[in-house]
Design a protein around this ligand. Structure first.
Ligand SMILES: Cc1cc2nc3c(=O)[nH]c(=O)nc-3n(C[C@H](O)[C@H](O)[C@H](O)COP(=O)(O)OP(=O)(O)OC[C@H]3O[C@@H](n4cnc5c(N)ncnc54)[C@H](O)[C@@H]3O)c2cc1C
Length: 487
């Protein structure tokens, strides 16, 4: 039995904590925030409960499997509701489309966009399923340490089907001609932190997750996953300490020996680092044990940051659904202002989550709970004036599309942006979603799960397999398994 210190209580760290505690190790977790979940925290104020980060529950099969791998059943902790419509898209022509969860209705919808749209969609989703299955079966849980992980016969045989040298956008543009079909199908690439023309077509597997596996909502909100994992880890003896930032990873005889917290050293045999990779390496590890330097990090393509507003209204907005995408401006132009020429967007696209549409417990009766998110380049000048400027822009556009006044019903508002990502999570450049999933930052080319300093393992959205709830959980498992393998 080893004493294992874990930095951070985000989803990746929580999963590692469960996995290792279940194997009988003594696990101690420290997080600088007040509750489990990291970027997937929630908060309550004035009768409203807000999920602070993730709101799309995708790939329920993978999340269930992660619970099964711990010998647990997800349904013993929280139930899931499949959303129908899955989400709604507002267009430039002032119309909106509800994306149905039923396949036949989806096919019909695509038939209205273009000739044989439904048939083309079916073929596209069949191909996306092949990619999804290959990823899940062959490499999603690879530690990304050795090249031969990618040289397995099964992966080589399937390499062509993965389409890694074509972009998501090219693949979609070749198959579909209408702007609406293209926009709906390019949307999941936004989760991957780059423009769809820079993301390998392999990631159209996300379209399979979106349109076939569906969009779900966990009872109690997105923090239900973190709460469940914390409970499981505690049952197996893990200790959790909140409001405590780890100050240093200590070293003895070239081996990690403990963690410095509150100015004191706690001895550990092994360390799992689930806080942002860059923060751990650059701030908690002595220089000689850092695998990557400032130059390396500066060259990484980061996924965007976000400007988020948590909003409480004392009425409900009829036109809104649970998930709403405001695609009423150009996706390409906004993308360029995030990735190519970083600046505050001229005409931002944005996303609105109204959890009240599914869950009456998150706001007082008859009220609306909104989370509005504008993707932004990292490292912009985040000032109160800019936040207010964009608040006005989104309010005007929401009122226009929803065809009713909204601002005058506002009774709660809080914003969260680049500076908050840095201060709340020690996020590099204020990123929200880690590293972009470009070809050069995929699999073995991501920052390694093993530190240069023996006994330290990384997990989380900046290492394999990448950003998002399912990958973060998988990352926690990969790090824990690697640690166990090396014991
Ligand atoms: C706004 C937003 C929306 C998102 N939407 C979705 C979505 O809809 N669906 C989806 O699947 N994914 C979504 N994601 C991505 C997903 O939330 C993340 O990929 C995942 O939660 C990352 O988990 P993690 O464990 O890697 O890191 P984190 O959640 O960041 O956890 C790291 C923890 O380490 C702590 N920490 C940092 N430094 C220290 C220190 N020195 N000492 C102690 N603790 C420290 C941090 O406070 C944090 O709690 C979203 C993310 C954001 C930010």
């Amino acid at each position: 039995m080893k004493r294992i210190g874990i930095i951070g209580a985000g989803l990746a760290s929580l999963y590692s904590a469960c996995y290792l505690a279940k194997q009988g190790h003594l696990v101690v977790v420290f997080d600088k925030n007040t509750m489990p979940g990291g970027r997937s925290q929630s908060f309550q104020e004035d009768g409203f409960t807000f999920d602070m980060g993730p709101s799309w529950y995708w790939m329920p099969d993978v999340i269930d499997r992660m619970f099964n791998d711990l010998g647990e059943k997800r349904e013993d902790y929280f139930s899931l509701t499949r959303l129908d419509p899955a989400y709604q898209v507002f267009w430039e022509d002032k119309t909106s489309t509800r994306i149905p969860s039923k396949k036949a209705e989806l096919i019909e919808l695509f038939d209205t966009y273009e000739d044989k749209g439904g048939e083309k969609l079916q073929k596209f989703l069949d191909d996306a399923k092949i990619k999804y299955d290959i990823a899940m079966d062959s490499f999603i849980e690879n530690p990304g340490i050795k090249l031969n992980e990618l040289l397995k016969l099964s992966i080589l045989n399937d390499a062509l089907k993965l389409d890694i040298f074509k972009s998501v956008e090219k693949d979609i543009a070749k198959r579909f001609s209408s702007d609406k079909a293209r926009n709906i199908l390019n949307f999941p690439a936004l989760f991957l932190g780059e423009r769809p023309d820079k993301i390998p077509a392999m990631y159209t597997l996300m379209n399979y997750a979106d349109l076939e596996l569906g969009t779900w909502y966990p009872e109690g909100g997105m923090n239900a996953i973190a709460a469940a994992l914390e409970k499981i880890a505690k049952v197996h003896g893990a200790e959790f300490h909140y409001n405590i930032a780890v100050e240093e990873i200590t070293v003895e005889n070239n081996l990690a020996s403990g963690l410095k917290v509150n100015g004191k050293i706690e001895k550990f045999d092994k360390i799992i680092a689930g806080a942002d990779y860059n923060h751990v390496e650059q701030n908690l590890l002595p220089k000689k044990y850092r695998r990557y330097d400032h130059k390396y990090w500066d060259k990484r393509k980061m996924a965007p940051s976000s400007l988020i507003f948590y909003i409480g209204l004392n009425k409900q907005i009829a036109q809104l659904n649970h998930h709403n995408l405001f695609f009423d401006e150009s996706l390409t132009d906004h993308g360029k202002e995030i990735y190519d020429d970083p600046k505050w967007p001229t005409k931002p696209l944005f996303y609105v989550s109204a959890t009240t549409k599914t869950d009456s417990s998150v706001a007082p009766k008859g009220f609306e709970n909104l989370m509005v998110l504008i993707p932004l380049a990292t490292e912009l000048d985040d000032t109160p004036e800019m936040r207010e400027k964009y608040f006005k822009i989104i309010m005007d556009r929401m009122e226009l599309h929803c065809k009713e006044p909204i601002l005058e019903y506002l009774i709660y508002k809080k914003s969260f942006c680049i500076n908050d990502f840095k201060s709340a999570y020690n996020s590099y450049k204020g990123n929200a979603y880690g590293l972009a999933n470009t070809l050069g930052q995929t699999a073995n080319l991501k920052p390694k799960i093993k530190s240069k300093l023996q006994n330290v393992y990384f997990c989380g959205q900046l290492t394999v397999p990448g950003p998002g709830i399912p990958p973060a959980l998988i990352s926690g498992k990969i790090a824990a398994k690697q640690l166990i393998t090396e014991l």
